[in-house]
Design a protein around this ligand. Structure first.
Ligand code: TYM
Length: 333
């Protein structure tokens, strides 16, 4: 059986990178896989969160999943903290994760270097919890953006280490699914930096809650270079900001980058941006509208979460029993 697990942190607003790099692919994949999509609130608290806002952010991320087209009848959508087996398995896997493997994680190095005095164990151990998120369901596939690739390789290594240690073939080695062109959407202000929630400038990203005016302003202000619109794909490759905008255009419009380059070659960036604004608003406005509708009724989001949460709990509890047996932990049944 092909089973997917993936998740997004519940740290404030989702952006176009989350949508194009992951969520949009999740919607497509739900046809062919059994899917578990988590709102990762335990990962979110590895950096300080406002307790008054965290649960609301969790609902907002769930609302974004539904608004983008995740069908809660097909997929389990739930907060990570609502299935305690994630953290239970996390502890077990800690004992199969050499520190040397964690020391190689580039995302930790980047985050920790920004906050030298505030490094916490949770941030360091973050990828082991990720491995537990995936392995507690024995998921075979994990659709993510490019930035999660190294963490998924670690998950495979940890799964292999566990299997070898206990002489079992229990955990499948999960396959990363890094799909399409927009696997790494870049900042609108700097084509060398990833689009990210933590960027200080709101102009660097398009949020899934932005209205049409905000999207238009951000695209108009998006950095480009002074040269005319690139004439070929090869030329595009050497121009980071233009490449990013063409990638966004092509992905939203379901076409190849080459088709976009051919259409706009010889035109101005301003003509291209006018068209990009149309494409972005046409694709994102319906999602934003549906998200706002869900957010107007948070109790309904909770009911929707509860309706699919039981499926995640069922699988996690069953697997945890088997894992406890493999490890030799006491159990009365
Ligand atoms: P998070 O919340 O940072 O991002 C959620 C998803 O969005 C993708 N993404 C991007 N894709 C393209 N361009 C970008 N600029 C961009 N920014 C983010 C991410 O690759 C991700 O797929 N650690 C994970 C959450 C997580 C998880 C897991 C994922 C926890 N446990 C187990 C998979 C499996 C994270 O912080 O994603």
């Amino acid at each position: 059986m092909k089973r997917i697990f993936s998740g997004m942190q519940s740290t404030g607003q989702l952006h176009l990178g989350n949508y194009l790099g992951a969520l949009r692919n999740w919607v497509k994949l739900q046809q062919d896989y059994e899917c578990f999509y988590g709102v990762m609130d335990l990962h979110a608290i590895t950096v300080a969160q406002d307790p008054k806002k965290l649960a609301q952010n969790t609902r907002e991320v769930a609302a974004a999943f539904y608004a983008a087209g995740i069908d809660p009848k097909r997929c389990a959508v739930y907060p990570q903290s609502a299935v305690p087996e994630h953290t239970y398995l996390n502890w077990i896997l800690n004992n199969h994760t050499p520190l040397g493997w964690l020391n190689r994680m580039t995302q930790f190095k980047e985050k920790a270097s920004k906050n030298k005095d505030q490094e916490v164990l949770g941030l360091y151990a973050y990828p082991v919890l990720m491995a537990a998120d995936i392995l507690i369901y024995k998921a075979t596939h994990v659709p993510v953006g490019e930035d999660q690739k190294q963490h998924l390789e670690l998950s495979r290594d940890i799964a292999g280490a566990f299997n070898r240690h206990y002489g079992v073939d229990y955990f499948p080695l999960p396959e990363p699914q890094i799909m399409g062109e927009a696997t790494r959407v870049m900042s609108l202000r700097d084509g060398t930096k990833k689009m990210s929630k933590s960027d200080e400038s709101d102009y660097s990203r398009i949020n899934l809650t932005d209205d049409a005016d905000a999207i238009a302003t951000k695209i108009k202000k998006a950095k480009t270079d002074t040269l005319p619109f690139p004439a070929t794909l090869d030329e595009l490759k050497t121009r980071a900001e233009a490449d990013n905008l063409v990638t966004i255009y092509a992905t939203l419009n379901n076409e190849a980058k080459e088709a976009v380059v051919n259409r706009f070659a010889g035109k101005t960036f301003s003509e291209f941006k006018t068209s990009l604004i149309e494409v972005a608003v046409a694709n994102l406005a319906p999602i934003t509208k549906r998200m706002a509708d869900y957010m107007a009724d948070p109790a309904e989001i909770d009911r929707m979460i509860l309706k699919s949460l039981f499926r995640a709990r069922e699988v996690a509890e069953k697997n945890m029993k088997e894992i406890k047996q493999i490890v030799g932990l006491w159990s009365a049944d």
